[in-house]
Write a protein of this length. Structure first.
Length: 127
């Protein structure tokens, strides 16, 4: 009986809301979200002396490098080579994915926006 009353009450409230006159309002609300990412940033040796824009490579590590220890990102790929003092003619951004997560495209997009806004990035050469 208790379940029947709950269903009846929910149905009554639902139908009552439709019986009220509908008005149209357009509301806008700005919502700000803070996105955080730990990342390594490599700038070519000639970055400071040059005025040109540089290509950008976004390096995404594998599952084994997730976490909060940014040094784990240097285990493979470009971050490893950069740590071995190899020089490249492009900017490298190497974010770290948090534990028990997958890459979040909103976070990656915001990170790229931040790098583009603060460094000389060739917007036609983002990889």
């Amino acid at each position: 009986m208790k379940y029947l009353l709950i269903i009846f009450f929910a149905f009554f409230m639902h139908t009552k809301s439709f019986s009220q006159p509908q008005t149209s309002h357009n509301f806008q609300k700005e919502v700000k979200i803070t996105l955080e990412a730990n990342y390594l940033l490599y700038l070519p040796k000639e970055y400071q002396e040059s005025e040109k824009d540089f290509p950008l490579v976004l390096f995404l590590h594998g599952a084994g490098e997730r976490g909060t220890d940014i040094e784990k990102v240097k285990v493979h790929g470009l971050p490893k080579l950069i740590d071995q003092e190899k020089d490249f003619p492009f900017i490298v951004v190497s974010p770290q994915c948090p534990d028990n997560m997958f890459w979040n495209t909103d976070v990656l997009s915001a990170l790229l926006d931040e790098i583009e806004a603060n460094y000389r990035v060739d917007k036609n050469k983002i990889y």
